[in-house]
Design a protein around this ligand. Structure first.
Ligand code: SP5
Ligand code: ZN
Length: 342
């Protein structure tokens, strides 16, 4: 399988994450891509290619222009305001405040555009986000042209990024950008299957009123799991998007057997909807030893996941989302992709 990767993904070198009340070194660290790359080479998955630069047009097809401008300028504005440390929001337009107004000060803008506080912005964040969406676009272009599967080793991840919001380590929604590109190239309906431990709130939001993208997510029950305020089973899409958003919230500790049985339901929906391309938001934070998650996949289970996804018989693009057990992240990703090719 062909992998797309950009060395610019390393440009995001955040130092701080607000985690359970403490500032820690971010779980979403540059070593994640190094270790995946290393294992893909070791296991002989196939060629690793750098993507072209696709510019901002494909980003603006799913994100708000002012949001993109904010991301591009945030770090400079933070420095210009004289702040030390990284750009971290600490106030939001909470209920009964002015949610329709974007303040002038960077601290006000941060709260307006952030959906969570764990994700700091610093030097290179925007550049890495640009590289990450180029990786996704390179992968989808390749699969559209050849019908062959591809893997986009995206970093930073994307599925929490909404039309005009960042958070959950995500800035641009790589899967949404890739899906939109596939539609513009002539695909009539695309499935995004999100297997990351966390609900893909951003992807859901972007396509919630549309029937050309079927979004299906298996994830930790938002009653007890980030992002808490989206991802419930009764969120089924709106307007012509009704029926094209499907959430499978699952309890912490869910067995792999139950998870795989739920995947069967998801794949049946994808077949029934006549999707012409499968984009997998591949988070390997469903791994049993993931430091911030609570599902129970072993490294071997990831091979079975890849095998089962291949049986869907669709042109497929895998895009990296989460996965924070750095010792095993390479093997877990590699197992999915090799399983798919078996
Ligand atoms: C792409 C992706 O996987 N993003 C995940 C973002 C999660 N951010 C907040 C995590 C909060 C984790 N709390 C777990 C408590 C364990 N002590
Ligand atoms: Zn995740």
């Amino acid at each position: 399988m062909l992998t797309f990767y950009s060395a610019d993904s390393r440009l995001r070198q955040a130092r701080t994450e607000l985690h359970d009340g403490t500032l820690v070194a971010p779980f979403e660290c540059p070593e994640r891509v190094d270790l995946v790359l290393k294992q893909l080479r070791l296991s002989g998955l196939g060629e690793i290619r750098a993507p072209s630069a696709y510019g901002l047009a494909p980003v603006l097809a799913v994100h708000d222009k002012d949001y993109v401008t904010f991301l591009a300028n945030c770090w400079e504005a933070w420095l210009a305001a004289g702040h030390e440390g990284e750009a971290i929001p600490n106030i939001w337009p909470a209920r009964r405040m002015r949610g329709d107004h974007i303040p002038h000060a960077i601290s006000g803008q941060l709260g307006y555009y952030a959906l969570a506080a764990e994700t700091s912005i610093s030097a290179g964040t925007f550049e890495a986000a640009m590289a990450s969406k180029d990786v996704a676009l390179g992968a989808v272009e390749y699969t559209l042209q050849t019908g062959e599967p591809s893997f986009g080793l995206c970093r930073p991840p994307g599925h929490h990024a909404a039309y005009d919001q960042f958070g959950g380590y995500c800035f641009f929604n790589n899967a949404a950008i890739a899906a939109q590109r596939a539609l513009e190239s002539g695909k009539r309906r695309v499935a995004i299957l999100d297997v990351d431990f966390h609900h893909g709130n951003g992807t859901q939001q972007i396509f919630y009123r549309r029937d050309d993208v079927l979004f299906i997510s298996l994830h930790g029950d938002p009653e007890v799991t980030f992002p808490y305020y989206l991802g419930y089973a009764d969120e089924g899409g709106e307007g012509k998007g009704e029926g094209f958003n499907i959430n499978y919230p699952l309890p912490h500790g869910t067995s792999v057997a139950t998870w795989m049985a739920t995947l069967e339901q998801a794949l049946a929906k994808i077949q029934a909807a006549g999707c012409e391309l499968l984009i997998v938001s591949l988070g390997v934070d469903i791994f049993e030893n993931d430091p911030i998650s609570a599902f129970t996949f072993t490294s071997e289970d990831f091979t079975n996941l890849g095998q089962r996804l291949a049986q869907a018989g669709l042109p497929s693009v895998f895009l990296m989302e989460g996965g924070y057990a750095v010792d095993e992240i390479g093997v877990n990703v590699s197992n999915v992709l090799h399983g798919f090719e078996q």
